[in-house]
Every structure is written in structure tokens, then in C-alpha cells.
Ligand binder design. Structure first.
Ligand SMILES: Cc1cc2nc3c(=O)[nH]c(=O)nc-3n(C[C@H](O)[C@H](O)[C@H](O)COP(=O)(O)O)c2cc1C
Length: 164
């Protein structure tokens, strides 16, 4: 499967870049092809799966990522999209989750709502890497890929039924 991971960050080499590299490594280990792109670097939409995400700074996902989803929502309506955010608010449990959904995820979700197969919230860090996120990012990547493959299989079955 051809996968495009789209992200941005204000801090080179920190949580976001570590997490997307873990995802890409997992994709390659599972025999898939994963390209990593900044929003401005996405030149074609010939991927089966877009994984798009942003860290949260000052209560918002990054504008570059939101703008990417908004300005390409029509093209992305033909792709599968999985969204993620990376933030600290996850530490605050149930109350935090409601807040994350409303303030952090909604701006990303709204432009591509009909294409989204899954959403994940990763816990970021300031200084010391959280290696639990390695397992979480790899497990999530795998489950999203399986979800897309299963959907493709059942779509294939449906179209078979129509042709018979
Ligand atoms: C300047 C700054 C502002 C932040 N603001 C928020 C915030 O409003 N809400 C939140 O949950 N996390 C916030 N965080 C935590 C980040 O989401 C977390 O550190 C994440 O790992 C950032 O991604 P990065 O490591 O790629 O920079 C902030 C971090 C920084 C450095």
C-alpha cells in the first residue's frame, strides 16, 4: 500500500518527527511504502492512505496542516485519511479528551470528515522522549493499514456482486 504521512512541527527532531518516523518504519516493516511530506511538499494524491497530523501549540493544531486539509478536501475525498494530534492535554484524562476533540481535532476533521477512517491522540513531550509512544504509533499504524485493507476487500466483494 502507498501511504503518505503529512505533518508539520515547530521543533525539529522532537516528538512529532520521532512519532512519524516510527510510523514510517512500521509501514516499511509491514511491506508498505511510506512517504513523509510537509504540507507544502505534497505534489500528488496517488496514495491509498494519507496519515495527516499536527502537534498542538497554544491550543491549536498548526495552520499549515489545517490549511492543507481545507484546500485539498475535494482531492482527499477520494482517499482514505487517518488523523492524529500530538499534545500534552491527554494527561488530563476524560475532561481533557472532550477538550481535545473540540479544540484540537475538530479543525482537522471538519474538512475531510467523510474520508476519515481513524483518529489518534499521542502524548507529546517537551524534553525527554516518551518511548511508550513508539509502541502506540507502530500499533496504530498497523491497525489503520489493516482497517483500510479490510475496507478495500469488502468493497471488492461488493463490486463483484454487482458484476455477477
Ligand atoms: C510552545 C508550546 C506550546 C504548547 N501548547 C500546548 C497546548 O496548548 N496544549 C497541549 O495539549 N500541549 C501543548 N504543548 C505540548 C506539545 O503539544 C508537545 O510538546 C508536542 O510534543 C509538540 O510537538 P513537537 O515535540 O514536535 O514540537 C505545547 C508545547 C510547546 C513547546
Amino acid at each position: 500500500m502507498k501511504i503518505c504521512i503529512v505533518y508539520d512541527t515547530k521543533r525539529i527532531g522532537k516528538a512529532t518527527e520521532r512519532i512519524i518516523k516510527w510510523m514510517a518504519a512500521q509501514a516499511e516493516d509491514l511491506g508498505h511504502n511510506a512517504d513523509i511530506r510537509k504540507p507544502s511538499e505534497v505534489g500528488n494524491f496517488g496514495y491509498e492512505l494519507f496519515i495527516v497530523g499536527s502537534p498542538i501549540y497554544y491550543e491549536k493544531p498548526m495552520r499549515s496542516v489545517v490549511d492543507f486539509l481545507r484546500s485539498n478536501s475535494e482531492k482527499l475525498s477520494k482517499n482514505k485519511v487517518a488523523l492524529f494530534v500530538i499534545c500534552m492535554a491527554k494527561l488530563f484524562g476524560g475532561h481533557g479528551l472532550k477538550y481535545i476533540n473540540k479544540r484540537y481535532i475538530k479543525p482537522l476533521l471538519t474538512p475531510v470528515e467523510n474520508s476519515v477512517v481513524d483518529i489518534y491522540i499521542f502524548k507529546g513531550w517537551l524534553l525527554k522522549p516518551d518511548y511508550k509512544q513508539e509502541t502506540e504509533s507502530k500499533d496504530w499504524l498497523q491497525s489503520v493499514v489493516e482497517m483500510v485493507l479490510n475496507q478495500e476487500r469488502s468493497m471488492g466483494k461488493e463490486s463483484d456482486r454487482i458484476t455477477i
